[in-house]
Every structure is written in structure tokens, then in C-alpha cells.
Design a protein around this ligand. Structure first.
Ligand SMILES: [Zn+2]
Length: 66
């Protein structure tokens, strides 16, 4: 296997998908990445924020109900 170059669907930048990563993805049965590392970490951070927001909402409701 060799390194592959993908174009990020989010920012349009080229990024390399290295041999090691390809092996890891195949071992884990994952699909090839669509986004570069930067965009993926941004998505992961956004998901964390969303999760945090979801945790806050029930706490507020509980206070109102009681
Ligand atoms: Zn990107």
C-alpha cells in the first residue's frame, strides 16, 4: 500500500491518508476519511459541545418541575 491523497469535503484541502492509517481503518472496518484532520477535530469538538448542551437542558427542566 502507498499513501493516498484525498480532498477534504469540508475545506477542499488535500490531505494524505498514510499507509499506517489505511491499515488501521481496514482493521477497524472503517470507511476512508472524508475530511482532513483539522476538520475532523473540529467536528469532534462540535459534537462534544452538542453533548454538553444536551446535558444542561434536562438539569434546567428538573429545577422547573420541582
Ligand atoms: Zn478539511
Amino acid at each position: 500500500m502507498t499513501d493516498k491523497v484525498f480532498i477534504c469535503i469540508q475545506c477542499g484541502q488535500e490531505f494524505a491518508w498514510t499507509e499506517d492509517e489505511q491499515e488501521y481503518y481496514i482493521q477497524q472496518g472503517l470507511k476512508p476519511p472524508l475530511r482532513c484532520w483539522l476538520c475532523r477535530s473540529a467536528v469532534a469538538a462540535a459534537k462534544k459541545d452538542k453533548f454538553r448542551g444536551q446535558l444542561k437542558t434536562p438539569q434546567k427542566k428538573d429545577k422547573k418541575d420541582s
